[in-house]
Unconditional design. Structure first.
Length: 422
């Protein structure tokens, strides 16, 4: 028996495991939580922390180190440094909180709070307005603006420069916000977002920009992408910058990241872009609004929609200003003559103007002389007309006398000839 007890216990054997288990049970005893601190703060539970046995009066040697660790954790919790794993960069110094999809601007701006944003232009005290660069309707253009329709046509993910113009400089810290809303009343409550296809696409993916945002800002690292917690409307803001020397406008480069015809997104529903000038505390300083269409050929679509818009305008102006009444006369005498008379509605019927179509140059010249004579007669005064009539009467009497004298002379000659012949 003594030889067996004196033999050393082999490591990793069944006997060594049993011996270690018995030693652990005698030291740890029953499981209990760590003692509470004097200030009543909660202690971090840990299943591997050794606890004090109720039957033993001495404190475990690891308790002082655990108290120091707990005290450090409590201080960090009070300072807000240690938080959940969401939005915290534990590798950064001092545990700085990450600001996803934000810029280096220190001031945090509240997103739009109105459930239905206003689309009425409001210049405000700063005379806020938008200016678009002139562009044609060629097929090669990537964006074009129609002043007639107040509409911007652009391609997907192409640069659209928008110039911000103010007459008086806004207060320090002002921002420029861009928000997209649907134009029609039946869709205005919906949030404008990208379609699922473009949202999941990696072609135009940017880690700093949320994939669901339709409007992006290009070339500005201070842009912030926000989403209203109440309405879920998305917007992008940039700090207002003063115009450079020799210029009266500030240019912001916008990109639209989804087509207007995309299924699951806009789905051919017209949208409006609202550009607002706001102070740092959210006060509205100015607002401008314009319609946007994202398509493959902006120049073609602009030309087509402008032509479609001008047709009813021309018809309405023609109906209000002039009425068209056509009269057709048919006259058959070897050939058919058609006369179409366009009548203008005027107060005085004598001022109506008619168009007469005549076949044959001789007839045209004859009718033209008659018309010219009548026009001259309208411009003459009554006295001149009386003088002309008197002259015509004198000329007619002279001609009658000459004719009579000629007739008498012929008769005499006939008598003389008869006499000579006898």
């Amino acid at each position: 028996m003594e030889e067996t007890l004196s033999d050393p216990i082999e490591p990793l054997s069944q006997e060594s495991f049993a011996e270690l288990w018995n030693l652990l049970g005698s030291q740890v005893g029953q499981c209990a939580g760590p003692p509470a601190a004097e200030d009543g703060a909660r202690r971090l539970p840990s299943p591997l922390v050794p606890v004090q046995n109720e039957n033993e009066g001495n404190e475990h040697p690891l308790w002082p180190e655990l108290d120091d660790f707990q005290r450090v954790m409590d201080n960090e919790l009070q300072q807000g440094i240690v938080t959940s794993s969401m939005g915290v960069d534990y590798t950064a110094p001092h545990y700085q909180r990450l600001q996803p999809y934000s810029s280096s601007v220190a001031v945090e701006f509240s997103p739009t709070t109105s459930s239905v944003p206003s689309t009425t232009d409001y210049p405000g005290e700063c005379s806020f307005q938008l200016v678009f660069q002139e562009s044609g309707t060629a097929k090669s253009v990537t964006y074009t603006y129609s002043p007639t329709l107040n509409k911007l046509y652009c391609q997907l993910a192409k640069t659209c420069p928008v110039q911000i113009k103010v007459e008086s400089t806004p207060e320090l810290g002002a921002i420029i916000r861009a928000t997209a809303v649907y134009k029609k009343s039946e869709h205005v409550a919906d949030v404008v977002k990208r379609c699922p296809h473009h949202e999941r696409s990696t072609e135009h993916k940017d880690g700093l920009v949320p994939p669901s945002h339709l409007i992006r800002v290009e070339g500005n690292s201070q842009a912030q992408y926000l989403e209203d917690s109440n309405t879920r409307r998305q917007s992008v803001i940039v700090p207002y910058e003063k115009p450079q020397v020799g210029s009266d406008c500030t240019t912001v480069l916008y990109n639209y990241m989804c087509n207007s015809s995309c299924m699951g997104g806009m789905n051919r529903r017209p949208i409006l872009t609202i550009i607002t000038l706001e102070s740092k505390d959210g006060k509205l300083l100015g607002r401008c609004c314009f319609e946007v269409r994202i398509c493959a050929c902006p120049g073609r679509d602009r030309k087509h929609e402008e032509a479609h818009f001008q047709k009813p305008q021309e018809k309405n102006s023609a109906k209000t200003n002039t009425g068209t009444a056509k009269r057709t006369f048919k006259e058959v005498s070897g050939s058919t003559v058609l006369l179409e008379i366009n009548k203008k509605r005027t107060v005085n019927p004598e001022e109506e103007v008619f168009t007469l179509q005549v076949r044959g140059k001789e007839r045209y010249e004859m009718l033209k002389k008659v018309n010219d004579a009548l026009e001259i007669q309208d411009h003459l005064s009554p006295q001149d007309l009386d003088r002309i009539k008197q002259q015509k009467q004198k000329n007619s009497t002279k001609k009658d006398k000459e004719v009579l004298e000629l007739k008498k002379g012929k008769k005499l000659l006939v008598k003389e000839e008869t006499c000579d012949s006898e």
